[in-house]
Every structure is written in C-alpha cells, then in structure tokens.
Design a protein around this ligand. Structure first.
Ligand SMILES: Cc1ncc(COP(=O)(O)O)c(C=O)c1O
Length: 396
C-alpha cells in the first residue's frame, strides 16, 4: 500500500493521539526488498532499528532467509533469549557485570548468544565472568571498517582492530581462555550503509559521498576478506562473518568472505533512509499527532511531536512531517517538547482533532517514544503490539 493521508486518517479515526504505527503491507514489501537485495545471503535482523518483539517475530517468520538477531546490549539479548529467540549477536562491546551474568544464565540454558569484543581488556573481563559462571562464552571480533583518506576519516570511531595483525592478536588472546570461544567476525562499514548518497537539493555533497563510497568499498571489502582469510589460516574456525546494513547490502555481499548481512532500518525505512542510489525507500512506520489549534492561516499546531533522533544535531535528525504531503516544520520552533507548529501547504485544511503524520529520522528510536505500535493492514488497524518501552524495557 502506498502512503495516502486519507487512508491513514480513516485507519486512525477514534485512536488516541499521539500514536505510532507500522504499515504491515509496506513492512512486508520492505522485507521482500531486503531479501532480494541480499542475493543468496541470510540477513540478521538489527534489533535496535526495530525495538518491537512482535515485529521481530513477524520478520523472522516471513522467510528462513531472516536468521538470528543483532542486538545492541547484552541485557537485551538475554531478555530476548528468555522470550525464546535464539542465535543472538550483541554487536557492541559491554562488560556490565549484571548484563554478562544475565547472558551467562541464558547460555547455560542452551541459547546461542555471542558477545562483541575489540580489545584484550574486554576479553579478560568477559573470560573471568564466564569462568565464574561455569560457561563457555562465544565471542566475535569487531573489525574496524572505516577508511582513512588524507585529511578525512570516512567512517565511525569504534573498534581499534584495524586489520589482520590486530585481529590475529585478539583471536590469540580469546583462545587463551578456556571459558571463551571465538565464534565470528563482524565488519560493519557504516560509512557505506548508513550515509545517504542521493539527496535532492544536495547534488554536490551526494556526488562527493558517492565518490568516497566508491573508493572505500573495495578497500574495506579487501580488509575484511584478508582478515577472515588470516584468521582461518591461523586455525580459527569462524561460524559467521557479518557485514553491512540496510544501506549497503549490494556492496557488502560483493565480499565473498561475508556469510551473512545485517539489516534493521530497511524494515520501517525512516527518513534518514529516503535517499540512497541503491534502493527505493518505502516508509512503513510513522507517528500521528493531533492538530490542537490553528494559530494563523497556513499553520497548525499539534500536540507532541518533539522526538528528535540521535547523532550529530541538525535538521536531518528532526522528525519529518509526512502526510498530508507538503507540510513543513517551522524553523524557529522545530518539533516541540509538547507542541509542534507545522506549515501546511495551500489547499490543505486541517482542524483540531485531525491527525498529522510524521516519520522519525531513525528507525527504532520511534519505539522509545511510544508504548505500542498500531499495526495497519489493508488500510485499517488490525492489531497493536508493545514496543520495548511498552514491555517495560529500556536498555540505554
Ligand atoms: C554493527 C551494525 N551493523 C549493522 C547496522 C545496520 O543497521 P540498519 O540496517 O538498521 O541500518 C548497524 C547500524 O548502526 C550497526 O551498528
């Protein structure tokens, strides 16, 4: 179903606003797109970009090509394991003692939870916990996939494991501990996967980003390939090599050492995923706020709406007015703490009580603002599902 204000307005009639929703028809089409874009490779679902158990279950049930979860905290992985999910990879290092113990309890109960490391210090902390808990804890190595160009660091600042030598040294440290097992490697090229490269009105910047991506892709794919080859040659059997994200499936799978891709944002397709050359965005999630007053012709003011996204503060982190088409935030106020003025285009008339639809800039963060998602299919609300927040879970 394509986005259409009247359809959503009818679907949301009688619902208390603000309300967040997922359009299941669009979601299912996005899942099919991700499968197609992934070629033959399985896709591990990035939970931070979903944050709703029912949607995770729906995606996993939609095709055997969706395999396993990429979690953002050990506590989250332990909780999801307790709900019956399996094959959980925590993508970011953590040595929180309570969280490690929660993971150990699930590993002891037979669940597969792999923790991420990029330093000997983390390895030693996790090894001590695993030893005390009487388990063998699987670990994965986070390979840095950024490109350092002259005068420009193209990528994120995360892992100090920059290639073969550092990966071999860390692998040697891991296998030194009987309470640990080296399970896999992750190389996430965020500068390819998470950076829009075809933004209307930013032709020059987009062209530069495409050029930088074009230079970075072969370099980082080769780094990941060489690192995997060296680990294998040193006798380390890797169960998986994970790479990529919703914005990079095509280029990540060009690296033959990758055994699985990661994707999460491609389910809801938030505003920061609107403009990629590689794929067509189909929004599947949003939130509706109610118009409460009309301060002057051409402007309506809505209750709520101030849900900016994380990252470098800027206009692109603001929620984006979506439907009716042509609405815009007001520069002097932005999206407000309890109310949000919106400029409406000529010909659009909204009265108190009418919904105005927004999209969040990022995918999963929407769910930190709402207890439940209204699930829309065939133009009507067919169900509701608690978000992580609605389940009483907050991991950061
Ligand atoms: C380690 C890692 N892998 C993959 C992804 C891709 O997730 P998404 O598909 O939601 O962009 C991310 C997102 O930040 C990530 O941190």
């Amino acid at each position: 179903m394509s986005a259409d204000y009247d359809t959503y307005r009818r679907a949301l009639a009688g619902r208390r606003l603000p309300a967040a929703f997922v359009d299941l028809d669009a979601l299912d089409a996005n899942l099919a797109d991700l499968r197609r874009r992934a070629g033959e490779l399985p896709i591990r679902l990035v939970t931070k970009s979903v944050r709703c158990v029912a949607i995770l279950r729906r995606a996993l049930a939609s095709s055997p090509r969706f395999q396993g979860l990429m979690c953002y905290s050990p506590a989250e992985a332990a909780w999801l394991a307790s709900l019956g999910f399996d094959d959980l990879l925590v993508a970011y290092p953590s040595v929180e003692p309570d969280d490690l113990r929660a993971v150990a309890a699930q590993v002891r109960a037979g669940r597969s939870i792999t923790l991420m490391v990029d330093s000997a210090a983390q390895v030693r902390r996790i090894a001590a916990n695993a030893r005390d808990e009487g388990i063998v804890q699987p670990l994965a190595i986070d390979l840095d996939m950024s490109s350092d160009f002259p005068g420009l660091h193209f990528g994120v600042l995360r892992s100090p494991v920059g290639g073969v030598d550092a990966a071999l040294a860390l692998a040697a440290e891991i296998v030194r501990h009987p309470s640990l097992r080296l399970d896999g490697l992750m190389g996430y090229e965020s500068q390819i996967a998470g950076l829009m490269d075809d933004v209307p009105g930013q032709a020059l910047r987009s062209a530069v980003i495409r050029w930088l991506k074009h230079r970075s892709i072969p370099e980082v794919n080769e780094r990941r390939r060489a690192t995997v080859a060296a680990l294998k040659a040193a006798g380390h059997a890797l169960r998986f090599v994970n790479g990529g994200g919703s914005g990079s499936l095509e280029s990540t799978r060009a690296d033959a050492s990758v055994t699985e891709l990661a994707a999460g944002s491609g389910l809801y397709v938030p505003a920061l995923f609107d403009h990629y050359r590689a794929f067509e965005a189909r929004p599947a999630a949003g939130f509706a706020v109610a118009v409460t007053r009309v301060p002057r012709p051409g402007i309506v003011t809505c209750a709520g709406g101030g849900y900016p996204a994380s990252g470098p503060g800027g206009a692109d982190r603001m929620p984006r007015p979506w439907l009716p088409e042509g609405c815009r935030l007001v520069g002097t106020e932005g999206a407000g703490e309890v109310q949000t003025p919106v400029r409406v285009p000529a010909g659009v008339s909204l009265a108190p009580g009418d919904p105005l639809l927004f999209r969040h800039a990022k995918a999963g963060e929407l769910c930190e603002r709402f207890n439940e998602l209204l699930l829309i299919a065939g133009g009507r609300v067919v169900d509701t599902a608690p978000t992580y927040r609605g389940d009483g879970r907050c991991f950061f």
